[in-house]
Design a binder for this molecule. Structure first.
Ligand code: ADP
Length: 257
């Protein structure tokens, strides 16, 4: 009888603890939803005044007879506005990719076509920086997904590979099929990443402490966006790197049936 009473007491305690845990989880989820909503609202609100700043400074720069000082000032305004615009776009992309209610399409996406598009988009700028952008591997790697989002993934990874290769070199994007998945690897010969930083790279706003990395502009949101989009597609991202030698980011996605 004593044992039964003891068990009963434990059961009541367990139920209470479980209830408390459930309430805490619900509260945390509510805070998280609020945070995501706040970020998205602020980003949306910033877009309109920002386009006014960009538009008006462009118009002003087009005027004849501007003195050099005014021209420099307007150019600086434009450059700064452009930076904020990049940040705002990243924040919106991040909140969209992280929103469980936002729809992610499941149409057949030819990753080779996505990679070729990104090559067309970034190849020239890369070449100007002394970076050769090379595409290789499977010509028909199809995954079910959202082409716009997957395009963003490839753009962010290739963009980083070029950006963090200040000394030039080669950036190789390769596609492989096998084991029911498609692996898209972006390998560079750039500055590399210290081993103890590898697991933090995908956090929101994380930027490396390495001065060589800090020398490049960035928001620390690019890889967070990549990881969220890939997760929404049922995939994962891995990274290997050798400081001073280069890095390889690999996206693994379930292949189309
Ligand atoms: P950022 O806007 O700073 O580039 P990301 O989220 O895209 O933000 O990347 C986070 C950090 O990871 C970068 O600040 C950089 O330190 C490091 N990183 C990302 N890609 C590379 C790469 N290809 N080579 C070296 N470092 C990289």
């Amino acid at each position: 009888a004593i044992d039964m009473g003891h068990d009963l007491g434990r059961a009541v305690l367990d139920t209470r603890l479980l209830e408390r845990e459930r309430r805490l989880v619900a509260e945390l989820q509510a805070v998280d939803r609020y945070r995501a909503q706040l970020v998205s609202t602020v980003a949306h609100e910033l877009r309109t005044p920002l386009s006014a700043i960009v538009g008006h400074s462009e118009l002003a720069l087009d005027r004849d007879g501007l003195d050099a000082g005014t021209r420099d000032a307007l150019t600086a305004v434009q450059r700064s506005a452009g930076r904020i615009d990049g940040l705002v776009r990243d924040l919106l992309a991040l909140s969209r990719a992280g929103d469980p209610q936002a729809e992610v399409e499941r149409l057949p996406v030819d990753l080779r076509a996505v990679v070729d598009d990104v090559h067309d988009l970034l190849g020239l700028a890369a070449a100007e920086q002394g970076v050769e952008l090379v595409v290789e591997g499977d010509p028909a790697a199809v995954v079910p997904g959202d082409a716009t989002l997957l395009d963003r993934v490839v753009q962010n990874l290739v963009g980083n590979a070029v950006k963090y290769s200040p000394g030039g070199g080669r950036v190789t994007v390769s596609l492989r099929r096998g084991g029911g998945e498609v692996a898209l690897a972006v390998a560079d010969e750039g500055i590399g990443i210290a081993a103890d930083e590898l697991d933090r790279l995908f956090g929101e706003f994380y930027r490396s402490g390495d001065p060589a990395a800090r020398a490049q502009p960035g928001t620390g949101l690019g890889l967070a966006i990549v990881e969220r989009i890939v997760a929404r597609h049922g995939g994962r991202v891995t990274v290997t790197s050798q400081p001073g030698r280069g890095s390889t980011f690999t996206v693994h996605l379930p292949a189309a049936a």
